[in-house]
Design a protein around this ligand. Structure first.
Ligand SMILES: N[C@@H](CCC(=O)N[C@@H](CSCc1ccc([N+](=O)[O-])cc1)C(=O)NCC(=O)O)C(=O)O
Length: 215
């Protein structure tokens, strides 16, 4: 059975923003049971974990003699081996993988810039001046995504790993107010969060936080 690593006590207090959430969701969509090794921040920087993850982060994936890091690579590995996350048709499959990269390389960066600024730069003199620029960079991507999705349920036909990655990226905006400006994107995210596999994954990572919070 594959084993992933996750935060022993996630700073997001169980909101499902830590990147093990994507991998948990992928496992649930394909019906693959998995084990979790929980790590403290300190343990993530020890040699044992650095041997699995050169940047000392979570998630990692271990199965037999394979070790992987990068949530996108792990989700793709899962999706390539079991049905439920990538279409059978070769061209549709390639487009679904392109949407995975789009989520990680085009849509996520301005969202991470915004969320990191809101977390760590509020006390800087230039914060008030920079924030509108960060919001606008996210708005550009949300507007383009909105025009693409239009009336569709998912990015390209059936739900795929591309949607899984895109929904987990967009969820980070849930408390920013920006999704209120794009109701169709908010509805898209809600469709992803309504999937039973998402709910099972979310509840599993929340249970870790609740267990860590019990006195
Ligand atoms: N590109 C890598 C990025 C992995 C990553 O960022 N891991 C983070 C946890 S998920 C990122 C994350 C952290 C916290 C919240 N939060 O809301 O509190 C959300 C997301 C980590 O291990 N951080 C510890 C470190 O770098 O030392 C991937 O996609 O797997």
């Amino acid at each position: 059975m594959p084993t992933i690593t996750a935060f022993e006590n996630s700073p997001d207090r169980g909101k499902g923003h830590a990147r093990d959430m994507r991998v948990r969701w992928a496992f649930e969509e394909v019906g693959q049971p998995y084990d979790v090794r929980l790590l403290s921040f300190a343990a993530m920087k020890q040699p044992a974990h650095l041997a699995l993850h050169p940047f000392g982060q979570i998630p990692t994936y271990e199965d037999g003699d394979l070790t992987l890091f990068e949530s996108g690579a792990i989700v793709l590995h899962i999706a390539e081996r079991q049905d439920g996350l990538l279409p059978k048709d070769a061209n549709a499959r390639a487009r679904a993988i392109a949407w995975m990269f789009a989520a990680l390389a085009t849509v996520e960066p301005p969202i991470v810039e915004l969320t990191m600024a809101m977390l760590f730069e509020r006390d800087k003199g230039w914060y008030a001046e920079r924030l509108p620029m960060l919001h606008d960079r996210v708005r550009v991507r949300l507007g383009e995504l909105s025009r693409h999705i239009s009336e569709a349920d998912w990015l390209d036909g059936a739900f795929s790993a591309g949607d899984l990655m895109m929904v987990t990226v967009l969820r980070r905006l849930n408390t920013s107010g920006l999704l209120d400006e794009f109701p169709d994107i908010a509805a898209y995210v809600a469709r992803g969060e309504a999937r039973p596999a998402f709910r099972r994954a979310f509840d599993a990572q929340l249970a870790v936080f609740n267990a860590a919070s019990r006195p």
